[in-house]
Write a protein that binds this ligand. Structure first.
Ligand code: AMP
Length: 451
């Protein structure tokens, strides 16, 4: 199967070729014909499956002809990063057609967005809050929208955007095509979907379980030892880009500072940063200025960086859905990746829930040659987790938690024994992350595509 079967405009075919896509992903194979046929679609797809192009390509095809300079497609996404990523995909795939996209989100000035809207764009990619601001200002006219996309609807619901979505819907024509994407289907999402979709075709890809190209491992550890464990792990493991998640903004900031002190090329990505600094962090991570990004959940949506070899959950996420989305940042487009999660006794319930979704027990690992008895020397205050007793952080937690499992999910041994990339001084003198031979091996395994 290839893209020719969809009979896209030559300009779109050129965009697909430039993006390097040769074979449609399963969701593209299923959804594109339905969207081209004008059907409403309920897409149950996890992140990393190629769902953005599954709706962007047929939208470009529709908009390549017909009226221009008015908003004909509206794509609503939960975070600025995701909105920016979708906008960028439209630019990349739509280079050969005369279709304009504008991205609308908070945290940056409204003026340039208002000017772009005035100049006229056929596609608006927006986060709900800022879009409502522009609607309130009379700066955007949604009365000609032919296609509405709600992307990561479950996340929008988690973030409390449901009332905003309902308000936005009031400004759209009833006669339109609606595409609704969600990784999970909790009750309120199901009811939103059924209230706005007309006779939808359902496309379901790998519902709920995180991408299969990722191998998972748990590293039971007391909270006070996490930073040391992370540093030892980075030293021992051959990595590409590493994305680390913390529970809070402060922990992200502190951990990034700690890693920087150890000469890693690292940036934080958290909600207290201005939009410009957040974008700089993502761009720097994508372009190789930073090897490590320490992020909070909110910031994780929309990080589309191909070479993330490892996602490390420094803190356990609060929901299975958040775990799915976090680890969906690696193993993208069928490349391989590893997801390591630092766990404590308090995380056992969440571990069980994740294992249920994965349908298998996750391997518990102990980092070789790491002194787990040294936990007392690291200040828990620096770790920023108040309210945990000394007892909860005792080494007994570790040994008790790690007992039990010997079954492995996608078992892969931790890779070689080469330190992760560090900078050796000035901005431009980057030291390589792996020995050349190891790097080649990694590149070969990451280049593997199954589509
Ligand atoms: P998404 O799930 O839309 O975030 O896409 C995940 C990644 O897959 C992105 O980096 C896309 O550029 C990439 N991708 C999407 N479609 C294809 C395809 N047909 N072939 C190869 N890579 C793709």
């Amino acid at each position: 199967m290839n893209f020719e079967q969809f009979s896209f405009e030559p300009g779109i075919v050129a965009g697909i070729r430039t993006a390097g896509y040769t074979t449609p992903t399963p969701i593209q194979e299923k959804a594109i014909p339905l969207v081209l046929a004008g059907r409403d679609v309920l897409g149950l797809a996890q992140t990393g499956t190629g769902k953005t192009a599954a709706f962007v390509l047929p939208i470009l095809q529709r908009l390549a002809t017909g009226p221009s300079r008015r908003t004909r497609a509206l794509i609503v996404a939960p975070t600025r990063e995701l909105a920016e990523q979708i906008h960028q995909t439209i630019i990349d795939l739509g280079k050969g057609v005369r279709v304009k996209s504008v991205s609308i989100y908070g945290g940056v000035g409204k003026g340039p967005q208002a000017s772009a809207l005035r100049r006229g764009a056929e596609i608006v990619v927006a986060c709900p809050g800022r879009l409502l601001d522009h609607i309130g200002d009379g700066g955007v006219d949604l009365s000609h929208v032919e296609v509405l996309v709600l992307d990561e609807a479950d996340r929008m619901c988690d973030m409390g955007f449901l009332p905003d979505i309902r308000l936005i819907l009031k400004h759209l024509p009833a006669q339109r095509q609606t595409l609704f994407f969600s990784a999970t289907m909790p009750k309120d999402i199901r009811s939103l979907a059924s209230s706005i979709l007309k006779n939808p075709a359902t496309v379901q890809i790998g519902m709920n379980a995180p991408v299969e190209t990722v191998s998972h491992a748990l590293y039971p550890t007391p909270d006070g030892l996490k930073t040391k464990l992370l540093l030892a792990m980075l030293k021992q493991t051959v990595t590409g880009r590493v994305l680390i998640f913390t529970r809070t903004k402060h922990r992200a900031k502190n951990l990034a500072q700690d890693l920087e002190k150890h000469s890693y090329r690292v940036s934080a990505l958290q909600g207290n940063m201005t939009q410009n600094r957040r974008q700089d962090a993502i761009n720097g991570f994508r372009d190789g200025k930073y090897d490590i990004l320490v992020a909070t959940d909110i910031a994780s949506r929309g990080i589309d960086v191909q070479e993330i070899s490892h996602v490390i959950n420094f803190d356990m996420p609060n929901t299975v859905d958040a775990y799915t989305h976090r680890i969906g940042r690696t193993g993208r487009a069928s490349q391989t990746g590893e997801a390591f999660t630092f766990t404590g006794q308090a995380d056992e319930t969440m571990v069980r829930e994740i294992e249920q979704v994965l349908g298998a027990r996750i391997e518990r690992r102990k980092l070789p040659d790491f002194d787990y008895s040294s936990f007392a020397s690291e200040s828990p205050a620096r770790q920023g987790r108040p309210g945990r007793t000394r007892e909860q952080q005792s080494p007994r937690t570790y040994s008790r938690t790690r007992k039990g499992s010997d079954r492995v999910v996608n078992a892969r041994e931790p890779s070689g024994q080469q330190p992760a990339r560090r900078h050796t001084g000035g901005e431009s003198s980057y030291a390589p992350v792996r020995r050349p031979q190891q790097r080649r091996q990694f590149a070969a395994s990451s280049a593997k595509r199954t589509w």
